[in-house]
Ligand binder design. Sequence first.
Ligand code: LLP
Length: 425
Amino acid sequence: MPQSGRKHQTLSLQILNQMVNRFGSPTYVYRGEVIRGAVTTIQAFVKKKKLNLHVHYAMKANSNLTLLGVLKDLGVGVDLVSIGEWKRADLVGFDYHHRIFSGLEKKKSDLEPLMALPGAGVRAFHIESVEEFECLAQLAREHRKVLAVAFRFNPDVDAKTHPKISTGRVDDKFGLSAEVILGLVEKTKSPMYSGINIEGMSVHIGSQIFSLAPYRNTFKKLNHLKFAVEHRLERRLTYLDLGGGMGVDPLGEKVFNWSGYFDLVGESFSSDTELVIEPGRSLVAEAGFLIAQVVAIKKDIGFKSPIVVIDAAMNDLMRPALYDAVHPITVVGRSGRKEKMNVVGGVCESSCHFGSHLLPSSLKPGDFVVIGHAGAYGASMASQYNTRPRPCEIWWDQNKNGEPLFKVVRRRETFQDLIEPELMP
Ligand code: LLP
C-alpha cells in the first residue's frame, strides 16, 4: 500500500540461489514485513482521522492461510465470496463477526451447514440478487433463525478502470439498483421475512482505482439510499461497507491518495455509522514476487526483440494474459547494457506473455528473473493448465537478529496432486 518504492533489490543473488536450490522454480515469495507495513499504515490513518472503520481484507486477492493468520493477528477481518473461502477463514480462526460473506452466487446447499452456527457463522450476508434474498429468507424460516444481511448497491458509477475489473456500472453483473433494494426492504415488513435483519449496505465499484472522484460519487449515492432505507425501516442501519479497489501501480508512477480517501470517507458519512472497507490488492500486492528462471533466449532472424522464455507461465500468474497487466521484471545478478526483450512463459497460448522489458543484454539461460507486484491475484488465480503443477509459496520474514527467514507456506504441487481426482473407467 502507500507505494513504498520498496523494490526487490534486497532479493540478492545469494538469497535467490539459496531459495531456488531449496524450493525450486517458479516460486512465489511474500514479505511479511511489507504486508504488516501496509496494514499498520491504514490502521494509523483510521486512528488519526478518528474514523469508526474496520478493515475486512478481500481474501480472494491472496488466500494463503499463513498470510490470513498474519492479518487476523493484526485485527483485520475478512471479506469472503465462497464457502471455500469461508472454510479458509474458519481454519485460520477468524471470529464469525469478522467474516463478511459477499459474492454473487451463494447456493442454498452451501449455506445450509452455516445455519447451525451462531449468527450463521458470519457478520452478515451481502445480498446480490432477489433470488439470494428469497433463499436467505427461506433458510431463516426453515431454521428459525434471524439472519443479518446487507444489500450490495450498484451505484452506476464508472470507476474508469480496466473494463474487466469494473463492477459498479449499471450493466455490470454486481449488486442491485436502489429501486430493487427499496422494494426488498419493503418486503421485510411482512412476517414471512421476519428472519431477515437488514444491518447495512455495501458497494464495490471496481479494482485499480486511483481517482477519488468515483468514490465521491458512489458515497453520495450510497448515503442517499441509506437515508431512504432507514426512513422505510424507521430505524438506523448499523454499518456501511465501502468496498475496496484502492489502486496499486506496479510501475510506481501513480499513487493512491489514502489520506484524501479517508478525508472523503470522514466527510461523507456521519460518525455514528460503523464503516467497513474491503481492500485486497493494496494490502498484499507489493509484498509478493514470483521468482522464475530463464529457460531459453530466442533470437531468430526477423525478431524485433529477443524472446526470453521463463519457467513461470500464465497458469502461475494470469494477470498479464487476462488484463494486459504490467508487472515489473528484473534480472538479479547481471548489470551492463540493457535492451528490450519480450518475456514469455511456456504455456501454449500466445497470450502467455509477460510483456516487453528492458533486460541486460548479457542475460543467459539459468538466470533469475523476479516478477514484482505478484502478491495479489497471483497464486490465488493460478491454474494447472497444460498440466503444470502450481508453484510453491514462501513466507519471507526475519528473525530477532534481523537475519532472513524463509518458510514454505504452500508446498509445490506434484503431478500426483493434479492427477489424483481423475478416474479412469
Ligand atoms: N470487495 C469485493 C466485493 C470485491 O469483489 C473485490 C475484488 C474487493 C473487495 C477487493 O478489491 P481490490 O481492493 O483488491 O481491488 N483479478 C483482478 C481483480 C479482481 C477484483 C475482484 N474483486 C486483478 O488481478 O486485477
